[in-house]
Design a protein around this ligand. Sequence first.
Ligand SMILES: NC(=O)c1ccc[n+]([C@@H]2O[C@H](COP(=O)([O-])OP(=O)(O)OC[C@H]3O[C@@H](n4cnc5c(N)ncnc54)[C@H](OP(=O)(O)O)[C@@H]3O)[C@@H](O)[C@H]2O)c1
Length: 264
Amino acid sequence: MTDFSNGGRPLAVVTGASTGIGYELAMLAARTEYDLLIAADEREIENAAADFRATGVDVQSVIADLATFEGIDKLYHATLGRPVDLLLVNTGRGLGRPFLDQAPEDWHRVVDINISGTIYLIQKIGRDMRARGSGKILITGSIVGLTPGTYQAVYNGAKAFLDSFSFAIRHELKGSGVGVTCLMLGATEAEFFERADRMDSKVGTEKQADPATVARDGFDAMMRDKGSVVSGWQSKLQAAIMHITPHGKLVEMDRRSSGPGALK
Ligand SMILES: NC(=O)c1ccc[n+]([C@@H]2O[C@H](COP(=O)([O-])OP(=O)(O)OC[C@H]3O[C@@H](n4cnc5c(N)ncnc54)[C@H](OP(=O)(O)O)[C@@H]3O)[C@@H](O)[C@H]2O)c1
């Protein structure tokens, strides 16, 4: 851990900043001259911190399991009472395979990472933001929240929760000075599919969006206080189809592209 020297810059907290979209979000915040407090649960976060420091801002990294309240408390305490100007809640993990074949501890962890840890952190930092009358929150949701997900039923349900939660609290906070934005993305180049054991699915192996572009879309939407943004024309098209197609049809389309046998 490194102490902030606090050169008068505002502070951004970014979770899941070691790889993928979170890394790109943190880099954007650093280049926009925000000091960073970043977190992930593995040592790789230290390498990312070194990259962000090279931009000239102060960076503090925390290794914590953000699926647990203890991990979130550790991250929160690392702010040392310094006001958080941007909160980018991005940590997430998928889980492939049929639900009945998944181990309870595995799907429970998906719920804890994507939902419980995420909203506990938002509540803690959101309360401080509301008391100060300023702050911006970006939640990494997903367009998969718009459709039931065969072979990733719990993950899609968790993202549906976040997409919905994001809009609900945005409107609860109307007039408070605190903005909430949901970044809704489709399949994006990251370690995500490998970690979710989904490299044998069509969606896991097709060409995917560039994480830097996706992060830029989310960051810009947050700075402009938009309620949500769907990143990329392909995801926009998919989201439009998801909005007008009955769930029964959607889920069958999804089964064909997401299933473990979809490559065969
Ligand atoms: N890639 C896609 O196609 C896609 C599509 C829609 C939505 N998303 C969402 O985008 C977000 C970012 O994922 P990504 O695609 O960039 O995947 P990624 O490369 O796997 O990044 C996930 C990040 O979350 C961190 N993380 C995971 N579990 C954690 C835990 N228990 N405690 C602390 N940190 C943890 C990881 O850190 P460690 O390496 O230290 O574990 C990593 O920094 C997620 O919310 C994901 O659901 C991704």
